[in-house]
Write a protein that binds this ligand. Structure first.
Ligand code: SAH
Length: 364
């Protein structure tokens, strides 16, 4: 009786970074330069099949096809907000959903990336924080969010900026994030997006800040409070680990490159952290730092315990900081009708119930 021979599982080429790809081509007995060639097809040309790699011979393509594949996500649901923001929900291998948000604004087209499904942290004003951590994303799952969006750009659109401000705490998944950033920034075979156009936002894992400096990308810190008592209430897990003074010391010690500055994000919650006293305390805490401040008026979500301050309060808060000499921006909340704005990612079930949704592409 004949038994079918068990096939070894195919290697997913998307999971391999440069050193791993080198190792893989060596295992085939191929010269090392093939590694960069294959990576170029995957990232620069967004090839989904080894059959397309025309600078390999037909025999090589067949050999590669017999041992490897490119497992890009193929279930993507795109929801378009009335303001042009697009939220993409991609289904991962294990059925979990990862969210990315594409935000068009004047001459910029920014993609907000997720680094975890759910989040390690438990900030009470953030919908993602309420899901708990489902799992860390792997490097290729972070980069695949960029590839997926690039496949769906409209004619004339080019991605200009990346922000790691979606679901999750990027510094709690640093290895995968660094690997992903390397693939995104590499100009020879990677996506070639300049590091200066990439910003990582952390809730304040103070001891890991320096590793961001090594990547050359920009750093944003979600401060959100001006006293430990306040921050303990709003962001308990992270502030217990790294209280305010420790976090600010780490920010002061951060090896900021010339002509760069830190960004401090501050979610404005009505009656909680939006008083004139808070603004004055914030100015004092940031005194002397090379930084700008992004105020994010709270984006409400179903069941959220906080409220967005009124316009006058937001403007007064901004004016006080400006008077103290800071550049202060009020972040426009884009994509609120598709729950794609800051702090609204997660809980897809409630997103599906939102009436303003326009699903334009399902399971493509
Ligand atoms: N964990 C990282 C990355 C998430 S970025 C971090 O905390 O920085 C998300 C940003 O949106 C953070 O600045 C966070 O403070 C802010 N945010 C979270 N929930 C929000 C909400 N409901 N409304 C407005 N901003 C919110």
């Amino acid at each position: 009786m004949l038994f079918a021979q068990a096939q070894p599982p195919l290697t997913d080429l998307l999971t391999l970074n440069l050193p791993a790809m080198r190792h893989f081509v060596r295992s085939l007995g191929w010269p090392e330069y093939r590694a960069r060639q294959i990576l170029r097809w995957i990232y620069r040309k967004r090839a989904r099949s080894v059959g397309l790699m025309t600078d390999l011979s037909r025999a090589e393509r067949e050999e590669l096809g017999a041992t490897a594949r490119i497992a890009r996500v193929d279930h993507v649901d795109v929801r378009r907000s009335a303001d042009g923001t697009r939220k993409l929900l991609a289904r991962l291998d294990d059925g979990l959903l990862v969210e990315s948000v594409l935000i068009p604004e004047r001459r910029w087209l920014t993609l907000c990336l997720s680094t975890q499904v759910g989040c390690t942290l438990d900030c009470g004003f953030c919908l993602t924080g309420r899901m708990g951590l489902k799992r860390n994303l792997r490097a290729h799952e972070i980069v695949d969010q960029v590839l997926t969006v690039q496949d769906r750009l409209e004619p004339g659109e080019t991605l200009t900026n990346l922000v790691l401000m979606g679901m999750g705490e990027p510094l709690a998944n640093l290895d995968a994030v660094s690997d992903a950033i390397t693939r995104v920034t590499n100009t020879e075979w990677g996506l070639g997006i300049p590091a200066r156009r990439i910003t990582l936002s952390t809730a304040g894992l103070a001891t890991r800040l320096n590793e961001i400096a090594a990547l050359g990308i920009n750093l944003a810190i979600s401060l959100n409070a001006t006293t430990n008592a306040q921050r303990d209430r709003l962001m308990p897990a992270v502030n217990r680990m790294h209280p305010l003074d420790e976090l600010l010391d780490a920010c002061r010690a951060y090896p900021l490159p010339a002509r760069r500055r830190l960004t401090f994000e501050y979610v404005l919650l009505a009656g909680v952290n939006d008083t004139e006293q808070d603004a004055r305390r914030l100015a004092k805490l940031l005194n002397g730092m090379r930084c700008k401040v992004n105020l994010i008026p709270f984006n409400e979500f179903p069941g959220s315990p906080y409220r967005r301050p009124d316009e006058a309060t937001i403007l007064t808060f901004q004016a006080l900081l400006k008077r103290a000499g800071f550049d202060v921006f009020i972040r426009k909340s884009k994509g609120r009708d598709v729950l794609g704005a800051c702090g609204q990612l997660g809980r897809v079930a409630s997103v599906r119930a939102t009436p303003a949704l326009t699903p334009i592409e399902i399971g493509c």
